[in-house]
Design a protein around this ligand. Structure first.
Ligand code: SF4
Length: 63
């Protein structure tokens, strides 16, 4: 799976990390989330939930 965060949109709210900590990490120093392990999406099954719950629709998850 391909997972991307648009840095122009991310507001650093941390929701993605809360929902899917195996894949997303909030870098508090820069106030932005990053994708740690997109490959884990296949196993943890929470990437789509993170995508749906991002308040600014910054996350894109593709097969
Ligand atoms: S949920 Fe969206 S806005 Fe919030 S930290 Fe994650 S990517 Fe950024």
């Amino acid at each position: 799976m391909n997972v991307a965060i648009d840095p122009e949109l991310c507001i650093g709210c941390g929701a993605c990390e809360e929902i899917c900590p195996a894949v997303f990490h909030l870098d508090e120093a820069v106030g932005m989330a990053e994708v740690m392990d997109a490959g884990a999406c296949e196993f943890v099954g929470c990437c789509e939930a993170a995508e749906e719950n991002c308040p600014v629709e910054a996350i894109t998850v593709e097969e």
